[in-house]
Design a binder for this molecule. Sequence first.
Ligand SMILES: Nc1nc2c(ncn2[C@@H]2O[C@H](COP(=O)(O)OP(=O)(O)OP(=O)(O)O)[C@@H](O)[C@H]2O)c(=O)[nH]1
Length: 312
Amino acid sequence: MSSTPESTPEFRSGFACFVGRPNAGKSTLTNALVGQKIVITSSKPQTTRHAVRGIVHRPDAQLILVDTPGLHKPRTLLGERLNDVVKTTWAEVDVIAICLPSNERIGPGDRFLVTEAAKVAKTPKIALATKSDLVGPDRMAEHLSEIAELGASVGIEWTAVIPVSATDGFQTELVADELVKQLPAGRPLYPDGDVTDEPEEILVGELIREAALEGVRDELPHSIAVTIDEMGLREDRPADKPLVDIYANIYLERDSQKGIIIGHKGARLREVGANARRQIEALLGTPVYLDLHVKIAKNWQTDAKHLRKLGF
Ligand SMILES: Nc1nc2c(ncn2[C@@H]2O[C@H](COP(=O)(O)OP(=O)(O)OP(=O)(O)O)[C@@H](O)[C@H]2O)c(=O)[nH]1
């Protein structure tokens, strides 16, 4: 049984997905709707296998904003074809919101995304003219008519077309209202207060765990847990040279296990770090700085508090 409140007839809950080329304003809008900069939590509800970016809690609804796996990585976006996982996500959400920045002309990248989204015929689609604060009324009018044409050219009938500014807050509530309208009636899927569940971090943690277990599985079969303290793009890097900083902890159950992971003068830990980093770089498509620490959480497998902290 879930501990979430009973659903009332009016309450709606469901999933929305922001789609858009890089820099279209998806993250900023997600943060604006969620109402705070996304913080990392370890909530892992069983109700969804989607990658959750943010959760909007309202008295009348719970709107869950999900990520399109891989799509925010330009490398995969520019591949010839969206993979099945993306299409599956789009088919499973209740509404797709396509972000088209007002200060830029609609380009091949947008056209590609919209063409692919049109193939997910049943899902309602909303067009968002993002960054509305950057343009005047004439340019906005032109943009809106281009959006209408774009929809028509691929057979999308926009459920709504909304100019929005995530930085000014202009019409962000309206965006939430329109998204919520497309959700089915249902009870909240996440506990109150949860705002996100960062799946990429979970994957990264798993890669570190695997690297740490490599070759010592017999000695430490279930004794390793990994937490990610911090993960984010380093600021002040040139756009074409991104670097992701990751601060992670490897938790062991007993002091006596430390030596196995760390090795002689730290040699094994360095190897674990290098192996994990290679895998993570492949996953994220960006160079990574990985900072690994080994810690002890005594008997974490049998300690409820530790288990919670470690995300189980
Ligand atoms: N003026 C203005 N700038 C915005 C607005 N929304 C986003 N931006 C800026 O546009 C840039 C890209 O915004 P993001 O939210 O990171 O865009 P994104 O679509 O998530 O980008 P990717 O993660 O690369 O896919 C950032 O510099 C934002 O500050 C807006 O409403 N107005």
